[in-house]
Design a protein around this ligand. Structure first.
Ligand code: ATP
Ligand code: GNG
Length: 207
């Protein structure tokens, strides 16, 4: 695998992962691996009652992402082709650690390690950080009905969890380059020059 062949965009809910990865995919002509959201049968139920639906939801995300990454490996990564994804498989653990507890967390954790142990790891992570106000504004603007009553404490906690997770990845996977973007300040959607700066930084790494 050549350096920088697998790029993942990460960040908490509404940070702009899908937006940025789609823009980068078009700009750099790299195939995009996009998370399935609308077809997820558990998301609406989950936001209504997290405790009741968390195990089903986390397993659904895990199995879906496993299948997607397995297919992506066969189609692109094994052939040394670049690919950009709007998530890192590690996000399963970030969320599940927060939504599961006791025996369910322990079972999930074991299954996670069994399933993901031999999956490819990104060479480059673009981490979009954003504060609660920015995320709430974007979630509202995007307007997915099931997200509108999201508990702000849940989102606030996820922001912290993401920071810890990225620090932990930087330590456990020192070969993975992490580019951190301040999503509160950098508006790559309406300011072309800010997007161009991100593109140059990514290009520096992948070429
Ligand atoms: N830098 C930005 N400036 C302004 N609006 C943005 C920016 N990035 C994303 N948005 C808008 O914010 C909303 C959320 O963005 P997006 O769907 O890309 O987030 P996400 O991180 O992929 O979310 P999720 O975690 O739910 O998958 C969208 O309406 C998008 O157009
Ligand atoms: N609990 C939980 N676990 C995950 O692995 C996960 N991945 C994404 N999401 C939620 C965030 C957005 O609402 C929506 C789209 O990203 O789905 C998740 N929720």
């Amino acid at each position: 695998m050549s350096t920088g062949s697998f790029i993942a965009v990460e960040g908490p809910i509404g940070a702009g992962k899908t937006t940025l990865s789609t823009m980068l995919s078009q700009e750099l002509n790299i195939p995009l691996l996009k998370e399935i959201v609308e077809e997820n049968p558990f998301l609406g139920k989950f936001y209504d009652n997290i405790e009741e639906w968390s195990f089903q939801l986390e397993m659904f995300f895990l199995c879906n992402r496993y299948k997607q990454l397995e297919d992506t490996t066969t189609k692109y990564i094994q052939h040394g082709q670049q690919v950009i994804s709007d998530y890192h498989i590690y996000k399963n653990l970030i969320f599940a650690k927060r939504t599961l507890s006791g025996v369910k967390w322990e079972k999930y954790r074991q299954i996670y390690h069994i399933l993901t142990g031999d999956l490819p790891k990104p060479d480059l992570i673009i981490y979009i950080r954003a504060d609660l106000q920015t995320l709430l504004k974007r979630i509202k603007m995007r307007g997915r009905s099931f997200e509108q009553n999201m508990d702000t404490a849940y989102l606030e906690q996820l922001i912290i969890d993401y920071d810890h997770a990225m620090a932990s990845l930087a330590e456990s996977e020192p070969d993975t380059k992490i580019i951190t973007i301040d999503g509160n300040q950098i508006d790559f959607v309406t300011h072309r020059e800010q997007f161009d700066l991100i593109v140059s930084e990514v290009k520096e790494y992948i070429q």
